[in-house]
Write a protein that binds this ligand. Structure first.
Ligand code: RP5
Length: 160
């Protein structure tokens, strides 16, 4: 069964990253959560990035704030798809620092960067990557999108 690795630079990122954990659990996809700091635990980052694909992960979601090097460095070490979540943290100037640190990767080393604090979308995107080769997960994504549509149609009725 596919497993998603969710890592973050600090425990202070957890309130944001929890949304990725929650949506993946809703989709019944296994997650393994860890704290891996690019600057404070560089050896752990290296091991995680180098060996994640041997540990049963299909996708990695990495969130960090400020000088957010974690997603890009993991992408440099791992053959797995990496989704980056820029976090507006206590050391972020305004969030743009986190966004640009994760978004502006050099050619050859992609990080699929979601919106600032966009961990929920990171979880959905990870599920969609898994769903492209797992029919049961794909069905859950289809049902999720149908529910989104129904909610909007229902909310429009309230206006009438
Ligand atoms: C980054 O620095 C972390 O990802 C976090 O967003 C930010 C602040 O970390 P703490 O000082 O709260 O541990 O590396």
């Amino acid at each position: 069964m596919s497993k998603v690795g969710i890592i973050m630079g600090s425990k202070s990122d957890l309130p944001v990253m929890q949304e990725a954990i929650d949506i993946l659990k809703d989709f019944k996809i296994e997650v393994e959560v860890d704290i891996v700091s690019a600057h404070r635990t560089p050896e752990k980052l290296f091991d995680y990035g180098k060996y994640a694909h041997t540990r049963g992960f299909s996708v990695i979601i990495a969130g960090a704030g400020g000088a957010a090097h974690l997603p890009g460095m993991i992408a440099s070490l791992s053959p797995l798809p990496v989704i980056g979540v820029p976090v507006k943290s206590s050391n972020s100037i305004d969030g743009w620092d986190s966004i640009l640190s994760i978004l502006q990767m050099p050619g050859g080393v992609p990080v699929a960067t979601v919106a600032l604090n966009g961990a929920k979308n990171a979880g959905i995107l990870a599920a969609q990557i898994i769903g492209s080769s797992d029919a049961a997960v794909l069905d859950k994504i289809i049902a999720y999108k149908e529910a989104l549509k129904a909610k909007v149609i229902e909310s429009a009725k309230d206006l009438k």
